[in-house]
Design a protein around this ligand. Structure first.
Ligand SMILES: C[S@@+](CC[C@H](N)C(=O)[O-])C[C@H]1O[C@@H](n2cnc3c(N)ncnc32)[C@H](O)[C@@H]1O
Length: 297
């Protein structure tokens, strides 16, 4: 009798395990489709998520934009405050899930030796390579560079802006990566001094459990005392990309993010939250806001 019950329980467990695996495979395939849909057309992505007009004086908010005037300020503050904590002549910076965007490390350029830009999609890596090669069709990031160098670093000459762009072109390497794989960026010899990731971890994993596993992997890729600099969308349950509406697999509050980072072993140095103003909320997403988090291993 007892062994009969045991067998039934094993069978039930295996059955559930199998359907969970099938569910996981299904949701992972679905999330890859969504990834292709949202990110393969890099120009549509950049026009939609990175409208650099938001950096102009008194510019109106743009619904859906991942960039706001706080964005360059946060990265600027981080590098100003912490660049003496590592050896600037050898430091490695790795950006994972970098997409077609290069804004996250414009302020890092004077303080690191190499920047690896990694993403899953070839289209994103090609877009960044086009910028490196000064392809006339590459996205124009110069308003962002001008904002950082002229407004935040108070260097008035336009030559300083061009110099920063050229220096970045010399430091930057593009590489494939998969944040869901056991080895996220096979081509990079870890650990790295600074690891960055913006708007990738919260949106690309199929479950909270996988998100936490991903964070642990990232933790292991950072040198002791190194930094994890991340941005994430908060309190998000749905978003629109152009005319399509999608639902997220899980939603994070800033408190959740802080808790998971701490559980893994990170020390949180800054966790800033900026709210999505009401005039742009519930148009492109229900995101309550965005978080900029600096954590140290
Ligand atoms: C919202 S975008 C953010 C891009 C960029 N960091 C930015 O701030 O504009 C999310 C990025 O994650 C990338 N991504 C999705 N799944 C990934 C995976 N499994 N491994 C690596 N990158 C992935 C997508 O290709 C996309 O570029």
């Amino acid at each position: 009798m007892l062994s009969g019950c045991f067998k039934i329980r094993i069978l039930a467990r295996n059955g559930i395990g199998r359907s969970l695996n099938i569910f996981r495979l299904f949701s992972s395939a679905r999330s890859r489709d969504i990834m292709e849909e949202r990110y393969n057309d890099t120009r549509r992505y950049l026009d939609f998520y990175c409208p650099l007009t938001v950096l102009e004086e008194n510019a109106p908010m743009v619904a859906g934009s991942l960039i706001s005037p706080q964005t360059p300020q946060y990265f600027h503050n981080f590098y100003q405050q912490y660049h003496k904590e590592w050896d600037n002549s050898t430091a490695l910076l790795l950006e994972v899930g970098g997409g077609p965007s290069i804004y996250t490390y414009v302020s890092a350029v004077p303080y690191v030796a190499k920047i690896y830009h990694a993403d899953y999609l070839k289209a994103n890596l090609n877009e960044v390579s086009m910028w490196i090669n000064k392809d006339p069709d590459a996205f124009d990031w110069s308003p962002y560079f001008k904002y950082v160098i002229q407004k935040l670093e108070s260097k008035t000459s336009f030559d300083d802006v061009l110099e920063r762009e050229d220096k970045l072109r010399g430091l930057l390497h593009v590489l494939p990566c998969d944040i869901k794989a056991d080895v996220i960026v096979p081509a990079v010899k870890v650990p790295v001094d600074i690891l960055g990731s913006s708007f990738c971890f919260g949106s690309c994993f199929d479950s909270l459990e996988d998100y936490k596993i991903g964070l642990k992997k990232v933790y292991d890729m950072i040198t002791p005392n190194g930094f994890f600099v991340s941005q994430t969308t908060l309190e998000l349950t749905w978003y629109r990309f152009e005319d399509k509406r999608y639902h997220t697999s899980f939603s994070l509050s800033l408190e959740d993010v802080e808790q998971y980072y701490k559980e893994i072993g990170f020390d949180i140095l800054h966790a800033d939250f900026w709210t999505n103003p009401m005039e742009v909320r519930n148009i492109m997403s229900d995101a309550g806001g965005f978080g900029f988090i600096v954590a140290r291993k």
